[in-house]
Design a protein around this ligand. Sequence first.
Ligand SMILES: Cc1cc2nc3c(=O)[nH]c(=O)nc-3n(C[C@H](O)[C@H](O)[C@H](O)COP(=O)(O)O)c2cc1C
Length: 176
Amino acid sequence: MARKNILVIYYSRSGNTRKVAEEIAQSLHCDIEEIRSRVSYPQNFWGYQRALLHASFKKKPEIQMVQSLLEDYDLVIIGSPVWGGALSAPIRSFLDRNKDELRNVAFFLTQGGEFGRKKVFTQMKELCLKTPLTTFAVTERDVRSGKFKKQIAEFIASLNIERSEATTEVPRSIEL
Ligand SMILES: Cc1cc2nc3c(=O)[nH]c(=O)nc-3n(C[C@H](O)[C@H](O)[C@H](O)COP(=O)(O)O)c2cc1C
């Protein structure tokens, strides 16, 4: 991929997806925006239950308007946590509302385990009616240990962006 205008956009309830999003944006020197839900999912028992229910029943909660002009970006990298083996509800809202403004997309997920990621990527793909350039999923444990940085380097390499744009070391075998 030649030099591109890239945006990382994400939702995070408890910080993992934010951490990964920030690392990707820092590596790519690109813009970043957090999706803010008008329906709250607090970090307590009821917040968890609401998140689980909304993801399972494919709810589309009201979200704040996105500030970025999505159509100006060649690539939008979209990140979400996995909730109950499904896409988080705020990212469902974002994709549903903004699909027409998205040109190229790439997806990433953070999750507790490894189960269900394929299904969630399919949900994202179906919602935005686009096949992602690449996808990437990282476990909570790898976010905490810092192991996710290596996965980000691989993710960025798979995007095939010109070397001058990315600061993260990428494997030499990949032609940029
Ligand atoms: C309501 C809820 C349901 C979850 N369900 C799953 C799940 O089905 N599979 C999984 O691997 N992780 C699951 N998790 C764990 C989150 O995906 C994981 O903690 C994620 O990194 C949270 O991202 P965040 O910190 O950006 O909000 C769930 C978390 C919540 C709050």
